[in-house]
Write a protein that binds this ligand. Structure first.
Ligand SMILES: Cc1cc2nc3c(=O)[nH]c(=O)nc-3n(C[C@H](O)[C@H](O)[C@H](O)COP(=O)(O)OP(=O)(O)OC[C@H]3O[C@@H](n4cnc5c(N)ncnc54)[C@H](O)[C@@H]3O)c2cc1C
Length: 334
């Protein structure tokens, strides 16, 4: 039996009671209904890149989604693409860019599966999955039935969706609408990162991958800075009044709510005295040497050490700035 240390990118966690790897949609539905009917604890796992699992997990049944399939339907302006949940997100991005489609190229290099992507409305450099996802198929834990959920029903927000608020079950496939476009439409964040020049989706993908590599944000077996869940905390959203009391140098961005601003969690951490490569005494958990927002496993860290460092960072930022940082990864078994 594989331990969660072997199937998550933080590389911590114990051995579950069972781990199955459905390869087709029917197998996935059967595996879920069986696990849910047993009354025992269960976990849907994709690429394990947003999970920190405890060492003690003996009563957990894990369903690791490995379903594959990409179906492209051309339309005059672009394409409608249906992707099975177990497809690798970045391989899917590469596929769309190669087909001359635009809309997700700034999200190149995000690890994990397509099925997990709507759960926290993944995003990078100003692009979010919520902007291009049309609908998805969902097997509901409460009813045991499948249903089609449209974009407007998914409660998307910054790193947020209904799947983080009690809508429990498994995403079976996700459908996207992407545009044919010679150049990427650059958001404010993408202009900040790449400059205001015209670039093809392929050029944007290459440059985003290079930037992410420099920050340890692309998985690399050899590089401990990538043994992580990416950003460990979401960027906090605060009122304009609260933000005005913070030092001017603290980066802040507009949100959809004009009374609120989004702050840089990385800046807050760094200015609370926790820099890159920080570790507590005798701990194998540390902030990335490239980016203090990522908590990383320096070799043989325990899940407890990861959580201990996360709590230390939260306390430091709260004491210094009065802001409570919220963890982005899913904490399993704590
Ligand atoms: C180096 C690195 C960089 C990262 N950069 C970014 C980034 O730039 N932007 C960003 O948004 N995220 C980023 N992440 C976080 C992570 O990659 C995303 O959250 C990703 O979508 C997780 O996919 P996964 O398949 O690994 O999910 P997992 O970690 O396996 O699961 C995450 C959650 O989704 C649930 N889940 C998984 N599959 C399904 C399914 N089919 N149906 C229902 N629920 C499901 C799980 O139960 C769990 O609650 C990064 C992570 C790492 C390690």
């Amino acid at each position: 039996m594989r331990s969660l240390r072997e199937v998550t990118t933080m590389r911590v966690g114990g051995t579950p009671a069972s781990l199955v790897t459905p390869q087709t949609k029917d197998e996935l539905i059967d595996a879920c209904l069986k696990a849910w009917g047993s009354g025992e604890n269960w976990l849907i796992l994709g690429g394990g890149s947003n999970i920190v699992a405890a060492e003690e997990l003996s009563l957990l049944n894990v369903i690791k989604v490995e379903t594959r399939g990409i179906q492209i339907d051309e339309i005059p302006t672009g394409a409608i693409i249906r992707v099975q949940a177990g497809e690798d997100w970045d391989e899917f991005v590469a596929h769309t860019v190669a087909a001359g489609l635009s809309g997700i190229e700034a999200m190149s290099g995000i690890p994990g599966t397509v099925g997990a992507a709507p759960v926290q409305n993944i995003g990078a450099y100003g692009q979010e999955i919520a902007e291009v996802l049309t609908r998805l198929e969902f097997l509901d834990y409460e009813t045991g039935e499948t249903e089609i959920l449209e974009n407007s029903q998914l409660g998307f927000g910054y790193r947020d969706s209904i799947f983080k608020h009690g809508k429990t079950g498994v995403i079976l496939w996700v459908e996207f609408k992407l545009k044919h476009s010679a150049h990427t439409h650059k958001t404010e964040r993408l202009i900040e990162a790449l400059g205001d020049t015209e670039e093809t989706p392929l050029e944007v993908r290459k440059r985003v991958l290079a930037l992410r590599n420099q920050k340890g944000m692309v998985l690399n077996e050899q590089d401990h800075d990538t043994w992580s869940c990416g950003s460990f905390f979401t960027n906090p959203i605060v009122s304009r009044a609260f933000a005005s009391a913070l030092p001017e140098e603290c980066p802040r961005w507009e949100t959809t709510n004009e009374d609120e601003l989004k702050l840089s969690a990385a800046w807050l951490i760094e200015h609370s005295g926790i820099g890159k490569g920080f570790a507590l005494a005798a701990s194998k958990a540390g902030t990335s040497t490239k980016h203090c927002l990522a908590i990383t496993n320096r070799g043989d860290a325990t899940a407890g050490q990861i959580i201990e460092l996360a709590k230390f960072i939260q306390t430091s930022v709260s004491n210094r700035f009065g802001i409570n940082l919220v963890p982005e990864p899913n904490l399993i078994g704590f």
